[in-house]
Design a protein around this ligand. Structure first.
Ligand code: ZN
Length: 233
């Protein structure tokens, strides 16, 4: 695999439609990179892979370091190295930061990796609570929200071209892990204070799928999938 490939296991669309069983181990997933996001078996929490270490922010509000045998239904991962780097020493909200990133990355029509590390004035996340089969739709799950002020940590995530809304989330899909590895989650909004922004341009996407009969033989209802992804992510 090229060092400039983004590897995706499963799709957001199938996850939304109920493919929530973990089918790929963290150890196998980590063969494809050292930087990534995802969720765990039964959409249990928010996965962050940073510097090759995998963490899960649980809906109960704490972070666990994953050992490797845990399974995930969905994740995206890459071997991270920055093609563009800049610093922000100013209080900017997520919309202002995203505008700067969009300006620096190679193209809105390619996938990009985004790492933002340093001090955040505000961080607002959520985390999915673990579901048990038979699964309800992702968009119907209540997600606890979490807030932190003046927190040091890293945003890890990816930009997807609009065309891929369905396989992933169009635009930015980012997760957070604090430096003390106690706080994290799926990022909803934030304000930076003193951060370094690193962007990786991907030349291609490798899309992998579960091979289990349960996935292969299910008739998924994708009729409202774009709206459900926009609502939930
Ligand atoms: Zn997420």
């Amino acid at each position: 695999m090229s060092k400039n490939s983004l590897y995706q296991y499963g799709t957001i669309g199938s996850l939304m439609a109920g493919a929530m069983d973990g089918t790929d181990t963290i150890n196998d997933f980590l063969k494809h990179g050292d930087f990534g996001i995802g969720t765990m078996d039964g959409v249990d929490g928010e996965l962050v892979v940073l510097d090759g270490q995998a963490f899960k922010m649980s809906a109960k509000g704490y972070v666990v370091h994953l050992e490797g045998e845990e399974k995930l239904p969905y994740g995206a991962i890459a071997h991270f190295h920055a093609n563009h780097t800049f610093t922000i020493q100013d209080e900017l909200d997520n919309e202002a930061v995203e505008a700067l990133i969009l300006d620096k990355m190679r193209s809105k029509n390619l996938f990009a990796g985004v790492k933002i590390s340093g001090t955040f004035k505000k961080m607002h996340t959520r985390a999915m609570p673990k579901q048990e089969p038979p699964y309800i739709r992702f968009s119907e799950v209540e997600q606890p929200n979490f807030y932190a002020d003046e927190i040091k940590g890293s945003i890890v995530g990816f930009y997807s071209p609009a065309l891929f809304h369905g396989t992933s989330v169009a635009g930015f899909h980012i997760h957070f892990i604090s430096d003390d590895q106690k706080f994290g989650g799926h990022v909803l909004d934030y304000v930076v204070e003193d951060v370094t922004v690193e962007i990786q341009d991907y030349a291609n996407l490798i899309q992998d799928f579960p091979k289990e009969a349960e996935f292969l033989d299910t008739e998924f209802d994708y009729s409202n999938i774009a709206e459900e992804i926009s609502l939930s992510e």
